[in-house]
Design a protein around this ligand. Structure first.
Ligand SMILES: NC(=O)c1ccc[n+]([C@@H]2O[C@H](COP(=O)([O-])OP(=O)(O)OC[C@H]3O[C@@H](n4cnc5c(N)ncnc54)[C@H](OP(=O)(O)O)[C@@H]3O)[C@@H](O)[C@H]2O)c1
Length: 319
């Protein structure tokens, strides 16, 4: 009796794990084959609309998405703070892909005011894809009480506020046109609370929850929503992994390049509503998902306590 009950629980847990972790790869294969044999295949701009807006599009993952979408024939609007960097990336994209570009200078850390400016700049465009990519992180693992108040404010406004308010601004037109795709960049950090990266991980848990909830809201209106939850990608955000001595830190070996991530994440667009953005991150997520939440928390706790020690200055170690 007890044996049968344990077998049932085991089978049920295995079925849940298989569903959660193999749904995306199975969908990718099925939709990939479907799209391959379809006689009249639609380009991304035909399916969703001609313009793609990418927040944080002047660097790292956002710049990768901008190049990928422009390579698919989409016009791209890049949003970030540094105008000369934005113009340089826009020029690079025009020269390489021959598509129209637009740059919008905006600082999401400034709060609500910036969204009036963004609405004026963006609402007249026929936007097919919105990539909510912008994000900031504390430079290295750090205790909450040692963080600058400004950084805490920025983490909340940039990582959460930007995506939420931009969706509010751009969704009405997408719903009216009955087409569109919102890509929300979350993170593997959303899988468990992460001490010393506490606020960043919490903003990413928000992004996953927000994205999945929004997906359900938009489903009846023909607008899609995809959640992307990558592990470590080599960008300016992850520079701190390179230790002062130039030796590889305990995490740096697991970091993937933007080009590799975008090749995989780009392939998943219009095929799946969630992805880790790279197969190796899918593997890491699968392993983490096999652990109960309390054990996952212990693992993250141990790893980031070790990183806190690796990156702390002497003063911080004494606290
Ligand atoms: N890299 C990773 O390992 C990793 C892993 C998982 C998830 N993610 C997520 O992926 C996203 C992109 O990360 P990334 O590594 O590509 O970052 P990144 O290389 O640091 O690029 C950040 C981009 O955002 C812009 N930006 C920063 N602060 C801004 C602000 N206040 N207002 C407007 N734009 C701002 C930057 O341009 P300006 O400085 O000119 O404004 C830049 O274009 C983030 O949401 C991050 O959380 C990253």
């Amino acid at each position: 009796m007890l044996g049968s009950l344990l077998t049932l629980i085991g089978l049920y847990s295995l079925a849940c794990w298989l569903y959660e972790n193999f749904r995306t790869p199975v969908l990718l294969v099925v939709k990939g084959i479907q799209q391959l044999v379809q006689a009249n295949r639609h380009s991304l701009s035909q399916k969703y609309g001609p313009w793609a807006v990418i927040t944080g599009g002047s660097d790292g993952i956002g710049k990768g998405y901008a190049h990928f979408l422009a390579g698919q024939g989409m016009k791209v609007a890049l949003v970030a703070r540094n105008e000369s960097k934005l113009k340089k990336v826009a020029e690079e994209i025009r020269n390489k892909h021959g598509v129209e570009t637009k740059v919008v200078v905006a600082d999401f850390s400034k709060g609500e005011a910036v969204f009036d400016h963004l609405e004026k700049e963006l609402v007249s465009l026929d936007i097919g894809i919105l990539v909510n990519n912008v994000g900031v992180i504390n430079e290295k693992p750090i205790r909450l009480e040692r963080m600058e108040k400004r950084l805490l404010w920025n983490l909340i406004n940039v990582n959460i506020g930007a995506a939420t308010l931009l969706c509010r601004i751009l969704i009405p037109a997408m719903k009216q046109r009955k087409r569109g795709l919102i890509i929300n960049i979350s993170s593997l950090s959303s899988l468990a609370p992460t001490p010393y990266l506490t606020v960043y991980a919490a903003t990413k848990a928000y992004m996953t929850s927000f994205s999945v909830g929004l997906r359900e809201e938009l489903l009846p209106f023909g607008v899609e929503c995809q959640t992307v939850s990558p592990g470590y990608v080599r960008t300016s955000m992850t520079e701190y992994f390179a230790s002062a001595e130039g030796q590889e830190s305990s995490l740096s070996k697991r970091v993937v390049n933007v080009a590799d991530m975008i090749r995989y994440a780009g392939f998943t667009i219009s095929k799946t509503d969630s992805t880790t953005g790279h197969w190796s991150h899918g593997f890491q997520t699968g392993v983490l998902n096999a652990l109960p939440p309390s054990l996952r928390l212990r693992m993250f706790s141990k790893l980031y306590t070790q990183l806190l020690e690796e990156y702390s200055d002497d003063k911080q170690k004494q606290l």
